[in-house]
Ligand binder design. Sequence first.
Ligand SMILES: Nc1nc2c(c(=O)[nH]1)N(C=O)[C@@H](CNc1ccc(C(=O)N[C@@H](CCC(=O)O)C(=O)O)cc1)CN2
Ligand SMILES: Nc1nc2c(ncn2[C@@H]2O[C@H](COP(=O)(O)OP(=O)(O)OP(=O)(O)O)[C@@H](O)[C@H]2O)c(=O)[nH]1
Ligand SMILES: [Mg+2]
Length: 425
Amino acid sequence: MTPATIFALSSGSPPAAISVIRVSGAAAHQAGRAFAGDLPPARQAAVRELRNREGELLDEALVLRFDGPSSSTGEDLVEFHCHGGRAVVAAVLDALGRFEGLRGAQPGEFTRRAFENGRIDLTEAEGLADLIEAETESQRRSALAMAEGGLRRQIDAWQEALLSLSARAEAAIDYVEEESVDADPQLSRDCSALASELRSWLLRPRSEPLKDGIKVVIAGPPNTGKSSVLNALVGQDRAIVTDTPGTTRDHIDVPLSLEGVPLRLTDTAGLRESDEEVERMGVERAGRLIAMADVLLWLGESAAPQHPHLIRVHSKSDLPGRDCAPPDALAVSALTGRGLSELADAIVREARQLLPVEGDLALNRRQSEAIAEAEAGLRSASVGDDVVLVAEMLRRARTAFDRLTGRAGVEDLLDSLFGRFCLGK
Ligand SMILES: Nc1nc2c(c(=O)[nH]1)N(C=O)[C@@H](CNc1ccc(C(=O)N[C@@H](CCC(=O)O)C(=O)O)cc1)CN2
Ligand SMILES: Nc1nc2c(ncn2[C@@H]2O[C@H](COP(=O)(O)OP(=O)(O)OP(=O)(O)O)[C@@H](O)[C@H]2O)c(=O)[nH]1
Ligand SMILES: [Mg+2]
């Protein structure tokens, strides 16, 4: 059965200067012609009057036609670039809904069709979802590399290598018609080499920190100026500042992008023994947050906790007698702004070490798990002494890659992936 023809507003919510409405599916061209009079040649834009069934003019719009399979969905597709007024968009969507065989699209349904029609694989669809959610430069670059097939091409190369390993194993089986056939040592070595290549990919930083932000926690004794440093870095009065020690209780979380590096800054309660219950709870939380910090900013003179990414801050350096910072600390004043840009630089430097290297593809959890599965198959194949088992292990690795690209066994995850998209994508 041919899938329904779907339509949706693909651009942001009106009012807007222009709104793009897309129609994809077997009935798209017919509906487009009925709506716009006629359609321009494929991949060319033309201005058309859009009229409803009664002949009433709804809008003057730029119209684009794409002929499947050469379209983003792989189906026949029409785009209307309308004036972006609320009523215009509502009238155009309403008119489209009246055409036979057309229905409103679900979120992500255009992309899902692109996947189902083989225009993109699952890793590219994941990249597109991340691209639409990207808020920083590094997120954008990383998502785009995935969306335009960076990982897919790599997987294709691995699949090809696997296929030739499998062919060698199968050939050995066919050659000797015995129950058990000794493995070929060269084949074992080649399996092991491919397994090691996969391992090197698994050892790289993952993509999640790029999306969620590196956790930068500001901690230290009470009244050392932690909340003031947070406010100064963010450039906004987010945390309450008073001269009373113990002001901050609940932690304050602020997303922040510095030089395209995504961060989550957290201000915590000043650490001290307290008889007061709320403060004690705050201090407890601070302890947990310090333990989970990716980067720790430590304010105060007392011994800092052990941390692999520690930045010591000598705060209030504008005050008399606090002019000079210890050699391992940065002199900062939230009041005058002294040292703030050095502090920002230091944070960015530490955070970068925890993020994927620019230009390297970073894997998400699902992708890592599939590659780990393929690696396990290859490792077993490399130590297998019976070539029948070796062939079986290589098949297991191939299946893992098929799941990674969405060629097999992924029905369960399609709804959750495509549900991440906005309507019209
Ligand atoms: N107006 C508009 N802008 C858009 C999109 C869109 O659908 N409409 N896109 C939506 O994702 C993105 C662009 N991606 C696209 C990907 C493939 C094709 C496409 O027609 N591909 C054909 C033909 C390639 C060619 O020869 O130029 C193909 O691959 O066969 C179009 C857009 C972002 N901007
Ligand atoms: N002169 C000067 N005063 C500062 C500076 N930073 C903070 N202060 C003052 O120090 C006091 C405490 O600042 P906060 O930022 O609330 O300190 P805190 O570490 O968050 O304190 P708690 O939340 O109680 O742990 C306030 O009176 C601030 O105005 C600074 O750079 N220079
Ligand atoms: Mg505070």
